[in-house]
Design a protein around this ligand. Structure first.
Ligand SMILES: Nc1ncnc2c1ncn2[C@@H]1O[C@H](COP(=O)(O)OP(=O)(O)OP(=O)(O)O)[C@@H](O)[C@H]1O
Length: 338
């Protein structure tokens, strides 16, 4: 038995895990390939390579949807293989700190907890911490102070907007809009404008190359797909202006939710947010000029962070290292093995 500690951030698109012994963050796609309905064929980045390319007997899928675990069995198998692959022996009897969004149901929260507690690597203890709180810690914010902080985490399937003060969430909102919905927008606009069908990965690549939230420069990128009319493979040069038009509605949906939260924020906390600006994290915060867009729409400064997918897991690493932050955890569960 070891007494290692892991910080686990299960995202709809990416798994990010901090390993205290190795003092390292592991990050891979949260996806699994199952062969013949029962055998784990591949996980993580290796399985993602197979996505949209596998033969009929191999099912490649994401075990999370909309920020919650939709297939517990697959999630457990994936996590077990992921941890065994990376942590090599530092696993059994370890402690885990998991994150979850504040606005999911109790049953959905329990699924996050149980996926580790009931796993074959027999954890000693599983603690939970709210994702927005870990996010703020990861950004270096003093979360225990009485200052209001607004965190906007734009992930793959969800955006979580939260106001934090005194180590807890004062008000929050989770909406089902994230990078995946922007990818769908791109697929839809190309079908509508060019009768052109592209896969999920191509849509995501176009987004990464061309998406911007405001003041977009003229540019374009090549994409390969299928002509819906002829059924033949074709290449199309996609202009950035079309991507901007495609994702615009969903970016406004996110901003509308930010405004709703701001309207409901107690005035003293709102004053802190005006002074310090909002913090924007999550992989989708990489969209170009998002900070300018947020400023234009809300009059608030937007702080975009580096490596925004990892701010939550960096927060978990800080919580693990700093005993004074351990009080941020809750739902402490200890398992006794006979
Ligand atoms: N350069 C980029 N431009 C735009 N989007 C990006 C870029 N890089 C990554 N993304 C998007 O970030 C998302 C993944 O971010 P992240 O890892 O924070 O999500 P997640 O935690 O897995 O999802 P969720 O929080 O919804 O459960 C994907 O939708 C991905 O396409």
């Amino acid at each position: 038995m070891t007494n290692n500690v892991f910080g686990v951030d299960l995202g709809t698109c990416n798994i990010k895990i901090y390993d205290r012994h190795a003092d390292q963050i592991y990050k891979e796609k949260n996806i699994i390939a199952i062969a013949n309905k029962k055998d784990v064929f591949a996980i993580g980045d290796e399985a993602f390579e197979m996505y949209e390319k596998a033969p009929a007997n191999i099912n490649v899928f994401f075990p999370m949807n909309n920020g919650v675990i939709s297939n517990i069995n697959a999630m457990q198998q994936l996590l077990s293989k992921f941890l065994n692959r990376h942590s090599k022996g530092n696993l059994k009897g370890s402690e885990f700190i998991m994150t979850f969004s504040n606005d999911i149901t109790e049953v959905e929260k329990k699924a996050f907890h149980d996926v580790v507690l009931n796993s074959n690597f027999k954890p000693k203890q599983v603690d939970m911490v709210e994702k927005a709180v870990a996010d703020a810690v990861g950004l270096g914010v003093d979360v225990k102070s009485a200052k209001g902080v607004m965190i906007i985490n734009i992930g793959a399937d969800t955006t979580e907007i939260a106001i934090i003060s005194l180590g807890g969430i004062v008000i929050s909102r989770l909406i089902h809009v994230g990078g995946n919905q922007l990818d769908e927008d791109i697929q839809n606009v190309l079908k509508r404008e060019y009768n052109f069908y592209i896969g999920d990965k191509t849509a995501e690549n176009l987004k990464k190359q061309l998406a911007c939230a405001t003041d977009c420069e003229e540019s374009s990128a090549k994409a390969y797909g299928i002509d819906v009319v002829t059924g033949l493979p074709v290449e199309v040069d996609v202009p950035a202006s079309l991507i901007f038009e495609a994702i615009s509605d969903h970016l406004h949906t996110i901003i509308d939710s930010v405004k709703i939260i701001l309207e409901r924020t107690p005035p003293e906390l709102a004053a802190d947010i005006v002074a310090n600006g909002v913090y924007v994290t999550g992989g989708s915060s990489r969209i170009r000029n998002l900070d300018k867009f947020i400023r234009k729409e809300t009059n608030l400064k937007a702080n975009i962070v580096e490596e925004p997918e990892e701010s939550v897991v960096r927060g978990l690493a800080t919580i693990i290292a700093d005993d004074s932050l351990r009080s941020l955890n809750f739902v402490r569960q200890t398992r006794v093995y006979h």
